[in-house]
Structures are given as structure tokens and as C-alpha cells.
Design a protein around this ligand. Structure first.
Ligand code: ATP
Length: 520
């Protein structure tokens, strides 16, 4: 069923992309110059939503946990950082060029796209059968019994296992052989005239310093974590933290992804929210399990159904890890990594100690000895979280009267604007009354004012940007100080007074109301 869901949802990413632009969430960057591939700018509503997600993460880490402190380290770091971390040697993707079109591709993505084509063939078979059998059609049974579908599914499995084995063995010749065997063609030239597969380092290079001779080669950081490791000693001492404790940071990271597609899922400039938790060696498996659970709870706390998430434990581990798990989310293109939880051992601190020659040890008064702490990290892309929320929230509804509406059911506490104030008419003192009551809310939450167009159109505009409640001020308001509150999701309306509205804001719309349900 999951398999069918993905295929049926293929169009929804396109709709999310155009809705995001039309309603001021996300713009393609440098659009007047034809744009920059995989770089995006956040518009007004997008910035508000992004800030809210970041704040929810930051407060749940730093404000709710006495044993986690924050930092904000620089993007530029000494180039030796990336030698010690292993990024100079190992932060690579497999690259392949088509000799005729001169276009460059990621070898693993070419194979994945081939698999996707096979999946589409299955979808076609399903569509044909659905037409033929009409109401009697049982999709699950069809997938399990149709010989054609079974045959395609088995080739998909075969390709996947060959691909995994090639990458696990770092065998690029095997990867190339698979591309040849599948006769994968370049979409531009239409030929199979490929180069060998080779590794491509994803870090962006730049220079520090004004003169050619004295300037130094630098990298834009590909992850924020190293800023935490380099500051470990300073933070531990100045914050007087005892192990176990964590350091949290949010900030930009840069990766020269070979193929960056799927909107803000894979960008070249993106934002990470990372927390490194420093622990006693030997306790990593306990803390790994604790953080796996805590992070999933954080996601579920915003109200997204748990069927949209799943854990994916890694069999193949990165050079620094002794355990790793992704929290995957059901994006419009299937379950994909949203967040990683990694047990990084003492790999990073130890490498920095060796390369810098500076002791990075912790004296543990309980054990009465020095050691390099172990680390369990949680790492999530802010932009990916944003896309997860858009995926969950965006709906195109057909109403009882046959009309349609686009609604963003964004979790209320994270919505860009919490209330929209709408005077029914632009006269009779209604706008003046409205701006007077708005003053009571402005200092606490983001609100919007809209007096243009008929009230129905104004409701639709707010639905489309995810405003949880619309407040309509009419002539009765002037008489008895009541106004209409309309719920975004149910579209129900009722009359309330300002004190009731203040209570709704407090109980349902503040970040506090979200944070207090987290079990820290
Ligand atoms: P992927 O396998 O998707 O490339 P990754 O395993 O390289 O991701 P990590 O290095 O573990 O990712 O980074 C931690 C988090 O940062 C990811 O879970 C993801 O949310 C986010 N992230 C990584 N790369 C990108 C990117 N290019 N664009 C947006 N977010 C990203």
C-alpha cells in the first residue's frame, strides 16, 4: 500500500512548489537571472514558518534541558578541521559523465531513477487493471499476484541489491558495470557513452585573505557539527558542564551536491540543527536509544501522524560512527531521511586532538580519570523539516457546495501567522475597532490584517497560508464586543469575546503550549 501511495502522490510535490511561490513561502533564488540550481530564498511566510520550526527545536533542546547549552560558531573554520574530520578524504559522491552530452550525473541517482521508471511501469499496470476491473479491483491483491508486476518488482530488488553491494564495497567499477548492464541512457544525448565512475568531493572551496601569496584555502562548512567539536573544551569549561551534557547549534551548511533536485529536500546551501551529546565511553548504546526516542517524540508532538515516520537503522556506517539511524518521513517522493541520529564515538575529538596537538580530555570526578568523551549526535535539516511540514499540511479540498480550497493545515503553534483580523467592511468604524483590538495580540504573536475583497476570498487567502483562526469584526461587534472566530480546518464559526480569544491564543497558539507536552 505504501508503494502505491508514493506513486499516487507524484504530482503533489509540483503543487507544493507552485503553492510555495504563489503564497510567499519559497522563491527560487536569483530568479531574474534564470535562477541558481538548488538554491532557494525564503519569502515572508516561509521565513516566519522557518523561524518557528527553528525556535521549536532550539527551545526543546536548550531551554528544556538543563544539560544542553547552545553556541553559534562561524561558517569559516581552519582548513585542518576538515582533514581531521575526514571530509577532505571521504566526503564524496560517485560521479559519472556522459561523453556525448558532456553532462554530469550522480551514478547512484542514475540507478535510482532507473528503478523509479520501473516503478512507474508498475503504476501503469495498476491503472490499466483498475480501469478493467472497476469497483471489484483490489490493488493489494493485484500487486501480489500479477505476473508482470511480480517480474518488475523482482528486477527492482535485484538492481537494489547489486547497487548496495557495489557501494558497500566502494567498488566503482561494479557501479559502472551496473549502469552498462541496465543500458541507462543520458536523458540529453540519449546515448550510453559513459565515462568511468569517480568520486567527487562535496565541499565548496574559497579563499581567506586579500593577497594571492598570503591567502589561505578554506572550505564552506559541510556540517555544523565540527564547530561544536572545536569549541568543546571552551564550552565545557565556561559553562561548567559535567558529562553527560550537550551542545546545540543551528546554522548554514554547504554541499556541492552533484544532482540537487526535489525542491528544498536537497539543496546546496541549507540549514542544519545539530546537537552533540558528550558521554562516558561505553554508555553510547544507552544514549543512542534515548535520543532516538526523544527525537521521534519531538516530531510526533507537533501532531503529525506516526504513520508518516519510520526509523531506518544503517547497516553501512560512516567512517566516524558505531551506530546510526535515520528518522525517515513520507515525503511526496517516498520515505526519505529527515533526521540522523549518530553514535560518533570519540572519532572527531580524538582526530582533532591528534592533528592540533592540544589535549581535548575530560576529567571525570566520578570515575576519577581523564578520557576523550564519546558523542551521540542528532542532526536535522531545517529545510527538510520545512518540506515535511508542507507535505503534511498542504491539502486541496472539495467542499460540500462543490467549490475547492487550498488549505495549509500547518500545526497551529508553528503557523506563520496565528490570527488574521478582518473587518467586514472598510467603513462604519470597523477598521478602527479592529486595529484597537489587534494591539492586544501584536506583542505576543504574529498576526495579519486584511480588509480587501469579500470576506469569503479573505478566508481562502488565510487558509492558503495556514492561519489557524480568522477574526471577523462586524456591526454587532460595535454593540456587544463579540466577534466571529473561524477555524481554518473545520471552517466552523462562533462568536466570542476578547478574553476568550486571549485564552485560545495562550492554550493553542503559543510555542509554550507545544513545548509543555514534551516529556523531557
Ligand atoms: P542524504 O543521505 O540525504 O544526502 P546525509 O546522510 O548526507 O543526507 P547528514 O550528513 O546526516 O545527511 O546530515 C544531517 C541532516 O542534514 C540530514 O538528515 C538532512 O535533514 C540535512 N541535509 C543533508 N544534506 C542536505 C541537503 N543537501 N539539503 C538539505 N538538507 C540536507
Amino acid at each position: 500500500n505504501y508503494f502505491c501511495n508514493i506513486l499516487m502522490d507524484k504530482d503533489s510535490l509540483k503543487k507544493i512548489v507552485s503553492h510555495s511561490k504563489e503564497y510567499g513561502f519559497i522563491f527560487p533564488s536569483s530568479e531574474i537571472y534564470e535562477g541558481l540550481n538548488a538554491i532557494y530564498d525564503y519569502a515572508h511566510n516561509g521565513t516566519l514558518l522557518k523561524n518557528n520550526i527553528r525556535e521549536y527545536w532550539w527551545k526543546s533542546m536548550v531551554q528544556l534541558n538543563d544539560d544542553i547549552v547552545g553556541i553559534d560558531s562561524a561558517i569559516f573554520m581552519h582548513p585542518k578541521t576538515w582533514v581531521a574530520s575526514g571530509h577532505v578524504d571521504a566526503f564524496n559522491d560517485p560521479l559519472i559523465d556522459n561523453k556525448d552530452s558532456k553532462k554530469r550525473y550522480r551514478a547512484d541517482v542514475l540507478i535510482e531513477e532507473h528503478i523509479e521508471k520501473l516503478n512507474l511501469k508498475i503504476q501503469k499496470e495498476i491503472n490499466k487493471a483498475e480501469k478493467r476491473f472497476k469497483e471489484k479491483f483490489d490493488k493489494k491483491q493485484f500487486i501480489e499476484t500479477s505476473p508482470r508486476v511480480k517480474q518488475i518488482l523482482s528486477s527492482v530488488e535485484d538492481i537494489k541489491s547489486k547497487m548496495v553491494s557495489a557501494f558497500e564495497n566502494d567498488d566503482l567499477t561494479q557501479v559502472k558495470n551496473l549502469i552498462d548492464e541496465l543500458e541507462i541512457k543520458c536523458p540529453i544525448s540519449g546515448t550510453c557513452n559513459w565515462t568511468e565512475v569517480r568520486q567527487f568531493n562535496l565541499m565548496f572551496k574559497t579563499k581567506l585573505g586579500a593577497s594571492e601569496d598570503s591567502s589561505m584555502d578554506l572550505y564552506l562548512r559541510p556540517e555544523t557539527a565540527q564547530g561544536i567539536f572545536l569549541n568543546y573544551l571552551n564550552v565545557q569549561k565556561t559553562s561548567r558542564m559535567k558529562i553527560p551534557f550537550g551542545i546545540a547549534q543551528t546554522g548554514k551548511a554547504f554541499r556541492n551536491e552533484i544532482v540537487a533536485r526535489q525542491f528544498i529536500f536537497r539543496m546546496r546551501e541549507f540549514e542544519q540543527m545539530e546537537m552533540q551529546f558528550f558521554i562516558q565511553p561505553g554508555s553510547q548504546s544507552k544514549w543512542f536509544d534515548i535520543w532516538k526516542k526523544k527525537r521521534l517524540d519531538w516530531h510526533l508532538n507537533i501532531g503529525i501522524d506516526d504513520s508518516s515516520f519510520r526509523y531506518h537503522d544503517h547497516d553501512k556506517l560512516a567512517h566516524y560512527a558505531d551506530a546510526a539511524c535515520d528518522i525517515e518521513f513520507l515525503f511526496p517522493f517516498g520515505f526519505k531521511e529527515l533526521e540522523g541520529i549518530h553514535s560518533r564515538t570519540d572519532f572527531d575529538l580524538k582526530s582533532h586532538e591528534e592533528l592540533s596537538g592540544k589535549k581535548i580530555q575530560y576529567f571525570d570526578p566520578v570515575l576519577d580519570k581523564n578520557y576523550i568523551p564519546y558523542v551521540v549526535e542528532t542532526s536535522i535539516g531545517l529545510d527538510r523539516m520545512f518540506l515535511a511540514i508542507l507535505t503534511y499540511s498542504f491539502k486541496m479540498e472539495t467542499l460540500d457546495d462543490g467549490s475547492t480550497r487550498n488549505v495549509m493545515s500547518i500545526p497551529k503553534q508553528l503557523a506563520p501567522n496565528k490570527l488574521a483580523f478582518l473587518p467586514l467592511l472598510k467603513k462604519d468604524g470597523l477598521p478602527e475597532y479592529t486595529s484597537k483590538i489587534m494591539k492586544d495580540f501584536k506583542h505576543k504573536i504574529n498576526i495579519v490584517y486584511d480588509e480587501k475583497d469579500a470576506i469569503g476570498r479573505r478566508y481562502r487567502r488565510q487558509d492558503a497560508i495556514g492561519t489557524p483562526y480568522c477574526i471577523t469584526i462586524d456591526h454587532q461587534t460595535l454593540e456587544d464586543d463579540t466577534f466571529t472566530i473561524r477555524d481554518r480546518d473545520s471552517m466552523e464559526q462562533k462568536r466570542i469575546k476578547i478574553d476568550q480569544l486571549k485564552k485560545i491564543v495562550e492554550d493553542e497558539l503559543t510555542l509554550k503550549s507545544l513545548l509543555k507536552n514534551l516529556n523531557n
